[in-house]
Write a protein that binds this ligand. Sequence first.
Ligand SMILES: [Ca+2]
Ligand SMILES: [Ca+2]
Ligand SMILES: [Ca+2]
Length: 210
Amino acid sequence: MKTMILRALPALAMASLGGPALAVIDFESQATGLVSSLSATDQGVTATFFNGGSEMLAVWNLSPYSAPASWGSRSVWSGGSSSASGPTTGNFSEGLSWVSMEFGDFGADDDQIFLRAYSGLDGSGSLLGSVSLFYDSSRALSNADFVTLSVGSATPIRSILFGSVGYQGLNNIYFDNVRFEKAGVPAVPGPLAALPFALGLLASRRRKRS
Ligand SMILES: [Ca+2]
Ligand SMILES: [Ca+2]
Ligand SMILES: [Ca+2]
């Protein structure tokens, strides 16, 4: 039994030093093209994105257009086949304490980019946070110029509404790297609390050996 605990210790210590894991949805495993909805899972939380109605999302490979390397080879265009008229929705299978997203496009239009968080699915319930940022027409992903919007809340976040008000007042912006933390996950992970005990055990075992 003690041997098992000792064997587990290095892994335990490694996990603790890394801190709480941050979920990241980077869309890299998605196929390019138009989709009515897009789902991805990380850290046990499934995120589902859609525009609703007949409006689509479009998965693009922006690397040939000199998008930032951190955007990889898959990103999502909120405007679908043309430009969506309303915000894009993101639903989460579990409540979150914090969510952030990266946005940008290739100049051409002024974009008022926004991210709003809600306690219910599909933008229902209480508005828990709202951020907005102006990304003028001179700014472009090809200059590694993107913006990151984030919202945190003590009440668990179950959905977000986001996008831009851009050309002709429509929602037309690329987004990528959706990061989030599950609600109720302590800042110090569980294994760290057990570490002093485990180290004490290790010390006592070493003393017995010597
Ligand atoms: Ca990506
Ligand atoms: Ca723009
Ligand atoms: Ca735009």
